[in-house]
Design a protein around this ligand. Sequence first.
Ligand code: 5GP
Length: 174
Amino acid sequence: MELDRVIVSEDEIKARVAELGAQITRDYAGKELFVVCILKGASIFMADLVRQIKIPVQIDFMSLSSYGKSTQTSGVVRMLRDLDQEIAGKDVLVVEDIIDTGLTLSYLKENLLARKPASLRFCTFLDKPSRRKVAFQPDYSGMAIEDYFVVGYGLDYQEKYRELPFIGVVKSVD
Ligand code: 5GP
């Protein structure tokens, strides 16, 4: 497995994260935000994003996993790690790396709504709308991409490449 090409450069990522941060800052003016980071992929995006959000933020982490092969989504979602804190009455923003079939965030939406947050929105850096198995529309999206398997900026292939400062397409995956 090798890297084929870069599809989103480090400069493009930086500019888009700044825009998202500004938009979120405007939308939540006068409020406090409870950010839920989906491990591990969204950790790098979340760390950049919260530094572009100019209102008070709390951060918590959740880890979800779908059964199945490494580059395919099977549709069965497991919660590997839950939040430390309660979210009832809070303005919650879930931060995700990429939306593919939509199954992970559809599951999570139901799970989190049951905890009665004041509001619940979803922010993803990448979106592959052509791959949806269930309807899911993020409230904030960095950019839509074609149906490529991508790595970098938090996204892995077999736990590798998360540290790349850009988003690239891999040559061949099993
Ligand atoms: P969904 O439930 O929307 O199909 O799955 C979303 C999850 O699948 C993401 O959080 C990510 O872990 C994984 N995923 C989907 N597409 C890609 C991709 O192109 N590259 C990588 N590295 N992971 C992906």
